[in-house]
Design a protein around this ligand. Structure first.
Ligand code: DGL
Length: 272
């Protein structure tokens, strides 16, 4: 039993797609969500810089006394999950392994596609994890940098994004993948469009849902479930624009967010 909150963080509001699933799978858990909106996006930044951000945020969340941490950002996971697991004592999971496992379990023709930010795709992280789980699977990947911008503008349908989507996904379609990993926090909001382009026979894997399943298993196996009967709390923290967080956050979380706390990382781990 452990009544402390779970810490979940992302470069911005995209990780709320993971929070949404965590609430589904673990409805009794307290959650502190940290969105580093001031420094978003991570996807186009040097992974060494992103790793530093990851460490800073984990330090911050440790000060908030969380019992476990989810790096709900594909780029953040690619840049710093293993290093963070080695550096900090509490359980830390990312979004790449759960998504990769889901795809390995799902594929029938052993051809898996991955889409994500430039940072995630260039890191080769999905490829490595998939190959560890099943060396026979062929992985086809493509960075889709403009998708994040479209989602942040709220443009998830229409001809413009469809045209760009067709270009991004063409090589994966031609390769004949039967499973496609949405390897970026923002892409679940484009799943309608992506499914339409790829065709109904292609299975889309959302890292968000797979990560929530893994977190549930971790919490249960380690016996660190929250056992209080009162309703859980959800706190939302942001380093950047609160108004934008509230507006976009609703889309990603699927429900209204009433309060966002503005925080600063200028002094390590100290709330500003
Ligand atoms: N959260 C990032 C990811 O999942 C996407 C947005 C960004 O580039 O920071 O990779």
């Amino acid at each position: 039993m452990d009544n402390r909150p779970i810490g979940i963080f992302d470069s911005g509001v995209g990780g709320l797609t993971v929070v949404r699933e965590v609430i589904n799978f673990l409805p009794n858990e307290n959650i502190i969500y940290f969105g580093d909106t001031l420094r978003c996006p991570y996807g186009s930044k040097d992974l060494n810089d992103v790793r530093k951000f990851v460490f800073e945020i984990i330090d911050f969340l440790l000060n908030e006394d969380v019992k476990s941490i989810v790096i709900a950002c594909n780029t953040g996971t690619a840049a710093g999950l293993y290093e963070a697991q080695s550096k900090f004592k509490l359980p830390i999971i990312g979004v790449i392994e759960p998504g990769a496992r889901g795809a390995v379990l799902s594929t029938r023709n052993k051809k898996v596609g991955v889409i994500g930010t430039v940072g995630t795709i260039n890191s080769g992280a999905y490829q490595r994890v998939i190959k560890t789980l099943d060396a026979g699977i062929k992985v086809y990947s493509n960075a889709c940098p403009e998708f994040v911008e479209f989602v942040e503008r709220g443009e998830t349908t229409g001809m413009k994004i469809k045209k760009i989507g067709e270009i991004y996904l063409q090589s994966l379609k031609e390769a004949g993948v039967d499973t496609l990993i949405l390897g970026c926090t923002h892409y679940p909001l484009l799943s309608g469009l992506i499914q339409e382009i790829m065709g109904s026979s292609v299975k889309l894997i959302s890292s968000a849902a797979e990560t929530a399943k893994e977190l549930k298993e971790l919490i249960e196996r380690k016996e660190i479930m929250r056992e209080e009967n009162s309703p859980p709390f959800y706190r939302f923290l942001s380093t950047g624009d609160i108004k934008l967080f509230l507006e976009l956050g609703k889309k990603f979380l699927g429900k209204e967010i009433t309060t966002v706390e503005k925080v600063s990382l200028s002094r390590e781990g100290v709330k500003g």
